[in-house]
Design a protein. Structure first.
Length: 100
């Protein structure tokens, strides 16, 4: 679970990223979740855009993707979702430490 400080940090990191996946009319499927999981392993932080013709609610799409990829939902802003998952092999992002 991410703290507020960590989420703010990740939102700032994601600001300059471009969406690398699009959720369209077909909605969320297993193949998409598999590809997003692989992309998260390489990049740790990704943006996903939801197209206008997507029939599912954006919050529902965000929940399905984060649960399916076992990732943290950082933000849903407009029609864009930001997901984070710590990489096992290519750790790039150093999160601020949570206070105890």
């Amino acid at each position: 679970m991410l703290t507020g400080k960590q989420k703010r940090f990740l939102r700032a990191e994601a600001h300059n990223l471009s969406p690398i996946f699009q959720v369209g009319k077909g909605g969320v499927n297993d193949n998409m979740i598999k590809q997003i999981t692989e992309a998260l392993e390489v990049r740790e932080l990704i943006k996903i855009s939801i197209l206008q013709n997507c029939e599912q609610d954006k919050d529902e799409v965000a929940k399905l993707l984060s649960k399916g990829a076992k990732a943290e939902l950082v933000q849903v802003i407009g029609h864009t979702i930001v997901l984070y998952k710590e990489s096992r092999e290519n750790k790039k992002i150093e999160l601020p430490k949570a206070k105890k």
